[in-house]
Every structure is written in C-alpha cells, then in structure tokens.
Design a protein around this ligand. Structure first.
Ligand SMILES: [Zn+2]
Length: 152
C-alpha cells in the first residue's frame, strides 16, 4: 500500500477493524519511510474497488430473491466454527473464498443451494466437523442418509 504523502511502497498496519456489517475492513497504516499515517478500506480479501458482490442477489428456495448479505454468510461460518478450534484467520479465509465465488458470478443471482455448497466446501478445508455442523444447520435434507452421504 503506497504512502499517499511520499509514495514509499511499504507501510505497516497499526490498527485493523471490521465494519459493522462484516463486509469490509478498515486499516490504519503507517508509512515506513516518513511515518505518515493513513487509512485504507478493503473488502475481505479484496480491494474496496471490487464491489460488485455487494449488489448480488440471492435466490431462495421457492424462487424469491433478496440481496446477498455477506453478514449472514459471516454469521453462518462463525457459528459453524464456534465450538471447534478454528482460529479467526482460518474462518476468515473460508469467508473470503465464498465471497470470491459470489464475486465470480459477476452480479448474477446466486442459488441459495450453491452458496451453501461453496460454504460447505470452504469449511471442509478448514475443519471437517465445522463443515458438518454447517451442513446440518444451513442445508436442507430429505433424509438422514442423504446428509450422511454428502458429509462423508
Ligand atoms: Zn511516506
């Protein structure tokens, strides 16, 4: 992140906080050369210039659509990870990965089942039990057998 004052290439993050909706992060940085302090704002894992995911639509079962809410996604991931030894950085990585998949749709409506699958896959790489807990809470199953086959 270039210093806006002296254009030095390197700066250090001195403070970092999440926006209340969980979709972006604000960082305080200090230039390593001149000591100038400045703020940057970024969507998790992405630069703030890449915002199309915030206007994505989510298609629910039954067909009605609502705005994709990254905060709900965040909450579902945090909930699945809560009782497991998943550190915040790993949970955030899973979150980033799903956001990236949402972004790859470039504003096209997303099926809620696709979103759930992406989240399940991202969580699988972090912790199998967290992924299973997610699948049990947030995905719909006709039979227990179907669930066990999926999460095996
Ligand atoms: Zn500077």
């Amino acid at each position: 992140m270039k210093c806006p004052k002296c254009h030095h290439e390197r700066s250090q993050v001195i403070d970092s906080r999440s926006m209340h909706d969980g979709s972006s992060k604000r960082r305080r940085r200090e230039c390593e050369s001149c000591g100038h302090r400045f703020s940057t704002s970024e969507v998790y894992g992405l630069h703030a210039n890449d915002l199309p995911l915030l206007s994505s639509r989510l298609r629910k079962r039954g067909g009605h659509e609502e705005d994709f809410d990254s905060n709900k996604l965040r909450v579902s991931i945090d909930r699945a990870c809560r009782r497991r030894k998943v550190d915040a950085a790993q949970a955030e990585e899973a979150f980033d990965q799903v956001l990236q998949a949402v972004r790859d749709r470039r504003g096209k409506a997303i099926d809620v089942d696709d979103l759930a699958r992406w989240t399940f896959k991202a969580l699988l790489q972090v912790d199998r039990m967290a992924a299973t807990s997610y699948a049990a809470s947030y995905m719909e199953w006709d039979t227990p057998e179907e669930f066990f086959r999926y999460t095996k």
